[in-house]
Design a protein around this ligand. Structure first.
Ligand SMILES: [Mg+2]
Length: 256
């Protein structure tokens, strides 16, 4: 059976690996399980995510699925796209044969760009001028796609605004309802289903994304308390099938 593992709050918190998680992946693989890593983070190119896992001793080449890849599946090859997000989105779109259009500096401030889609994900380079360009393209008819709608993301210093907060700004100013690609939405469900089939376990730290995603896949939901859901907090939507302090203790209790 397959295991789909969230990254932030399961494998690491920010840049700090969570103790026992790398060993848990090795235990699952030794037991014959297929493991993939599923993240709503769309800003990093896949090779950087693979390298970050390699740095903690996990071979993840070909096993990383990002919301940027899920978003790219929604865009037709040959289409023109404006990216309001990170490098990971640009990479995924180009890999699919989509033309990524850069807003030239003199067109910032609201001048329309002629694109078919606007793809929004997390970026620290988000500012008023980019919001103006992206939202005017949407008002001019471009389709609005969000890699994810996470309101925040966890860091060792607390939560920071996530891609969903930026997407909400573009959607509001653009007067459009976005199509969202990442967990728990259908594009990511299809990607994971294609890799793992119809049965497995999804492990994550956020019931509203990882838990709902598990249910959409028809998978068991393993909740870990090493991310945004604190120990002791009651979780009912959905009720986890497994509930553990972290991935290491969850796998330790299931795979002796
Ligand atoms: Mg997480």
């Amino acid at each position: 059976m397959g295991w789909a593992l969230d990254l932030d709050g399961v494998m690491w918190r920010g840049d700090r690996p969570i103790a026992g998680s790398a060993e848990a992946v090795a235990t699952l693989r030794a037991a014959g399980e297929t493991v993939v890593f599923v993240t709503n983070n769309s800003s990093s190119p896949v090779v950087r995510v693979e390298q970050k896992l390699a740095d903690m001793g996990v071979d993840a080449v070909g096993a990383v699925l990002t919301s940027a890849q899920a978003a790219a599946r929604l865009v037709s090859p040959g289409a023109r796209a404006l990216v309001c997000g990170g490098e990971g989105i640009v990479e995924a779109l180009r890999g699919r044969g989509v033309e990524v259009v850069e807003p030239s500096p003199d067109r910032r401030g609201g001048g329309a760009v002629d694109v078919d889609v606007v793809v929004v994900g997390f970026t620290r380079a988000f500012d008023f001028d980019l919001l103006a360009v992206a939202s005017s393209a949407v008002r001019a008819g471009a389709q609005l796609i969000g890699t994810n709608e996470d309101a925040t993301y966890p860091t060792p210093d607390g939560e920071l605004p996530g891609g969903g907060a930026l997407l909400a700004a573009v959607a509001t100013a653009g007067g459009a309802t976005p199509l969202v690609a990442g967990k728990p939405h259908p594009p990511m469900v299809e990607m994971v289903g294609e890799m793992l089939g119809g049965a497995g376990t999804m492990v994550g730290d956020r019931p509203s994304t990882d838990g709902v995603f598990a249910r959409a896949l028809g998978f068991r939901f393993g909740l870990v308390r090493s991310g945004v859901t604190p120990q002791g907090a009651s979780v009912s939507d959905p009720v986890p099938d497994f509930d553990a302090l972290d991935l290491g203790s969850m796998v330790g209790s299931l795979v002796p």
